[in-house]
Each structure stands twice: as C-alpha cells, then as structure tokens.
Design a protein around this ligand. Structure first.
Ligand code: BJW
Length: 252
C-alpha cells in the first residue's frame, strides 16, 4: 500500500493551533461493515433506504419502517468502531477543542470514545413517543413486538431525523458555529447530497476555513474543497489525526 503523503500546507495547518472539526457520514462506518445509504449495496429488501427515512413512510407502514430500523440497530450493535472512528477519538483526546459533527445515527463515534458528538440526524439508540414527544435511550437488542409502543399506547419511533423534519434544536447551530471556528474541516464519508449538513463545508469556506474532503468517490463538494483525499476514511483519518498530534494506538 502506498504511503499517504499530505501536502506541506495541510501538515502545517493540522499541526497548528485551532480546532480540527470533522463532519462525517455513512462512509465512515462502511469499513465497520455498515451499509451506506446511496450507491451499490445501499438497498434494503428492495427499498431505497432514503425512501424509508421519511415521516410519510412511517405513517403509511410503521411496521416496515421499524423492521428497517430494527435491522439497522442489529447491524450497528454487531459492528465495531474502525480506524476512522478511533482516529477521531484519539484526536479529540489529544486536542479537546476538536468537534465531531456526524450525520450517522449508529453510535460508533461514541463507542470509539469521542465525547460530545454533535449528532445532526439523531440516534438509532433513542426512541420517541409520537404523541407525547418524550424521548428515551433504549439499547435493547430485541425491542419485542414491532412496532414498539409507549406506555401511553401510542407508537414509538426512532429518534432520528427524517426528510422534511427539523434537526435537533441547537445541534445545527452548534455545528455551524463549530465549522466557522475550525482551523481545518475534514469532511469524511458523505455524499454531500443531504441538507443542511451539505451546507456546512460552504459555511466553513466562507469563513476562510481549509476544507479537506476524504472520500474514494467524487461528490458535489469535491470541486469546492481545498484538498481532496481519494481514500477510505479508515486509511486517511489516522494519518490526518496523527499529523494533528493524536497518539494512535494499535487499533487506529
Ligand atoms: C466512503 C467510504 C469509505 C463509502 N471512506 N467514504 C436544500 C436544497 C435541496 C434540498 C433541501 C435543502 N434543504 C433541505 C432539503 C431537503 C432535504 C434534502 O437534503 N434533500 C436532498 C436529498 C435533496 N433535507 C431535509 O429534509 C432535512 N430537513 C430539513 O431541511 O428540514 C427543514 C425544516 C426546518 C424546520 C422545520 C421543519 C423542517 C433533514 C434531512 C434528514 C436526513 N435523514 C437521513 C436519515 C437519518 C436516519 C437514518 O440514518 O436512518 O440521514 S437520510 C440519510 O442521508 C441519512 C444520512 O445521514 C444522510 C446523508 O447520507 P451520507 O452520510 O452522506 O451517506 P451516503 O450513502 O449518501 O454517502 C456515503 C458516502 O461515503 C459516499 O460518497 C461514498 O463514496 C462514501 N464512502 N465508503 C470514506 N470507506
């Protein structure tokens, strides 16, 4: 495998002062064996996953949507954080001003040890009553009969953000503030198709932040990024994190 050579300018920025911020997407968990949303392998029983991630799909067929999310929970529970998650956790430990902003709901950044992840699209591990709006953590491997119900009798839903829904209060504003203040923004494993997450690199660039895309495939961000690393996140992030001062263990 060829060594990864970072530009001198990027090395200097990573080693310099200021927060490193990472915006991550499904591709960061691909090397943990979790399917991405779009592209080959993104199908679930003949459905496009993004077609199930809507309030309309849940209203029409809560059982179908819950089967999809129960499968996602089982896959995520069986998966382990990969070198990309570990590298970002090590970076957060070495430089506490680091912020990880994720579109992922799988909890793998947290399981790798990253504190205070800004979860733009919620969590697979939290459920919300559709009537009362109350949310709670539920880490059970088996949720019992699907769809699960609240004690009040109403349906529970995964506390994730579906198309057309607002992001969790305060999280988007915190992510926007974080990317504006970054020394470097690493955008890893996202197709940069889903808004408002896809707008964060533009906000960063407008504030003069150096934006680096890490993705084996081109995306709508690629032409606007300051640098592009056409590599899997599990290869590139350990190198970037080490250049920013992270002490990486054998697993990273
Ligand atoms: C690797 C790799 C490896 C593979 N290493 N890389 C502006 C313009 C146009 C439309 C809109 C707009 N603003 C809003 C919209 C509408 C809509 C939207 O964006 N639509 C577009 C699709 C056109 N957005 C919304 O509806 C959002 N809500 C909103 O705007 O609300 C407004 C509002 C305000 C106030 C009140 C009410 C409403 C919500 C978006 C929610 C998205 N939800 C989902 C599901 C979450 C739950 C779940 O996980 O099930 O989020 S959809 C799905 O897409 C999921 C993901 O987080 C998200 C992004 O996907 P991601 O992570 O980029 O994955 P992929 O599969 O697309 O890409 C993977 C990438 O990895 C690829 O590029 C690979 O090459 C790469 N890769 N291996 C590195 N080893």
């Amino acid at each position: 495998m060829d060594p990864i050579v970072l530009s001198v300018a990027l090395r200097r920025r990573l080693a310099g002062p200021g927060p490193i911020v990472a915006l991550t997407g499904a591709g960061v968990s691909a090397e943990s064996g979790l399917a991405t949303f779009r592209g080959p392998g993104g199908l679930w029983k003949g459905h496009e996953p993004q077609d199930l991630a809507t309030p309309g799909a849940f209203a029409r067929d809560p059982l179908l949507v819950w089967r999809f999310y129960a499968w996602r929970r089982a896959c995520a529970a069986a998966a382990l954080p990969n070198p990309a998650h570990h590298a970002l956790a090590a970076l957060s430990a070495a430089r506490p001003e680091t912020r990880i902003v994720t579109q992922n709901v799988d909890g793998l950044h947290e399981r790798a040890g990253t504190p205070d992840v800004l979860r733009l699209h919620g969590s697979l591990w939290r459920l919300r009553c559709v009537e009362e709006g109350e949310e709670h953590e539920d880490l059970r491997g088996d949720l019992g009969p699907l769809p699960p119900r609240c004690a009040c009798g109403a349906l529970l839903r995964p506390a994730v953000v579906w198309f057309g829904e607002a992001l969790p209060p305060g999280v988007l504003a915190a992510a926007q503030a974080a990317v504006r203040q970054a020394a470097v923004l690493l955008v890893a494993g996202t197709s940069s198709l889903v808004w408002p997450a896809a707008g964060l690199p533009g906000i960063a660039r407008a504030a003069g932040v150096h934006v680096v895309e890490i993705n084996p495939e081109p995306t709508p961000l690629s032409d606007d990024a300051d640098e592009v690393l056409r590599l899997p996140a599990g290869r590139a992030l350990p190198v970037l994190a080490a250049a920013a001062g992270a002490a990486l263990g054998a697993s990273a």
